[in-house]
Design a protein around this ligand. Structure first.
Ligand code: NAD
Length: 448
């Protein structure tokens, strides 16, 4: 007879009591990684009634949380401070406290390496911090976006090296985080969750947990399936943005306005979903996640053509924007070298403070290479690191607008008066259709 596991010997009580603790919200919830995903989720679970402990290696972030100073645009100081003061949320770099947690969610970064391969080092470090503190009955959930197989091929063996078995001694799941920073309509509490467990019992206990912070929990057959769901979602976005970016280039050469075309096509009530062109992809998801999928597909001998094509088109956009700038200055008998270029917006998308992978970075570095004088304004991004240099957001006053040879709208933040920009600037290149409602000065605005 096979040897009984500790969980079986206890008659499944460890699992039942965890289920019960989740049902009564007496379970201790730990979250590793207090970034866009982890801190948002920490607030959600704490607000719903759980006691939450956030773990991070970044001491600066821990101090911010303890002082009630938020570093995310979607979380106000008041909300963060109130949650900390209520005693429902604490932040720490003391990983020995992981032992006290009933549930541990892992929300650490999943970037690409220099060779564009998945860099799982943050996940591996987080799992190594959990392993010596792993105990029976705990629920561990990986939430970081990653390739299918990470949970069972990387996380599971690393945790089982502690001598406990996933699915019987402890629960192990993958559940992708689907938050959309800056989205006022779909706040985290309105987004359904996907869960895949090493066993059905693992998924069920995770579903009970997420039921507290989500309107719907969809259980899929395995962690691989849940990992793949997230990559399908983000690859769908990257490929459609690639398509619409190509259509934008096509429309330019055909002399039609791509924004008018998309708005008109979007009136079709079925079979069409609008995506919009722009100066390039950014953020920690859309430029990266499809490459996790294509990497894994290649390991299995499959050549993913759509992802590669979309990546090529999307990656070419920042340089294409610079080529429009050269064209516009040329018409005014100016060279890019020596011209003053003012970028409006540095974050990768509207109304967020995240400049990771932002197309602004490549555009600025390309402009520097060609001898332009570059400044930028972004109320959400006070400082920007480009090629090892720190540059600072400038005040958007009349002087700076008038002094620029060209204003380049990279991000369409809602708080900027684009009519004033068009009035005072010599020329505007608008990569986001931010000037759509500017009636006057249309002759000064060149759209993507
Ligand atoms: N940002 C988004 O909109 C978004 C949306 C959905 C999914 N995701 C995915 O969620 C994951 C996290 O993304 P993010 O944007 O929150 O990243 P982030 O960089 O904002 O935050 C990650 C945090 O993890 C911390 N960290 C690193 N190693 C750690 C360790 N060993 N232990 C504890 N903390 C550690 C970092 O210091 C940082 O504070 C990624 O896989 C990302 O693809 C992000």
């Amino acid at each position: 007879m096979p040897e009984q596991t500790a969980w079986e010997r206890s008659g499944g009580l460890a699992s039942m009591s965890l289920y019960e603790r989740i049902r009564t919200q007496s379970a201790e919830v730990g979250i590793m990684g207090l970034g866009y995903v982890g801190l948002t989720e920490a607030i959600e679970f704490a607000r719903s009634g759980f006691r939450v402990t956030g773990f991070d290696v970044d001491v600066n972030r821990i101090q911010h949380i303890r002082a009630g100073r938020s570093y995310l645009v979607d979380i106000s100081d008041g909300d963060l401070g109130g949650t900390v003061e209520s005693g429902k949320l604490r932040a720490t770099d003391d990983f020995s406290l992981l032992k006290e947690m009933d549930v541990v969610l892992i929300a650490v970064p999943t970037p690409l390496s220099k060779t564009k391969a998945p860099d799982l080092s943050y996940i591996i470090n987080a799992v190594e911090a959990i392993r010596p503190r792993l105990r029976e009955g705990q629920l561990i959930i990986l939430e970081s976006t990653t390739y299918p197989g990470t949970t069972t091929e990387v996380v599971l063996p690393a945790l089982e090296a502690a001598g406990l078995k996933a699915g019987s001694d402890f629960h192990l799941c993958f559940s992708p985080e689907r938050i959309n920073p800056g989205d006022k309509e779909y706040s985290p509490g309105r987004i359904p969750r996907i869960v895949g467990g090493v066993t059905r019992a693992c998924a069920d206990v995770a579903a009970e947990l997420y039921g507290w912070v989500s309107p719907k929990v969809v259980v899929v057959s395995s962690p691989q399936a849940a990992e793949m769901v997230k990559l399908l979602e983000n690859t769908f976005r990257a490929v459609n943005i690639g398509l619409v970016n190509e259509v934008a280039l096509m429309c330019r050469s055909l002399g039609v306005d791509v924004w008018e075309i998309i708005d008109a096509a979007a009136t079709k009530p079925f079979g069409f979903m609008p995506f919009y062109p722009g100066p390039g992809l950014g953020g920690h998801c859309i430029p990266i996640d499809p490459l996790y999928l294509s990497w894994k597909a290649r390991v299995h001998g499959f050549e993913p053509r759509f992802i590669d094509l979309a990546t090529q088109v999307n990656n070419a956009m920042p340089r294409f924007v610079v080529s429009i700038l050269v064209e516009v200055l040329n018409q005014r008998e100016r060279s890019l070298k020596g011209s003053m270029i003012l970028l409006l917006g540095a974050s990768y998308k509207r109304d967020v403070n995240d400049a990771r992978e932002s197309p602004a970075l490549e555009i600025i570095s390309e402009l520097w290479k060609r001898g332009a004088k570059v400044s930028y304004h972004d109320p959400y991004v006070p400082t920007l690191e480009v090629e090892g240099r720190s540059i600072h957001s400038q005040v958007l006053d009349d002087r700076i607008l008038k002094a620029a040879d060209c204003v380049l709208i990279v991000t369409d933040h809602g708080c900027i008066d684009y009519s004033r920009v068009a009035e005072l600037a010599a020329t505007v290149i608008d990569t986001r259709n931010a000037t759509r409602s500017v009636r006057q000065y249309g002759e000064k605005v060149v759209k993507l």
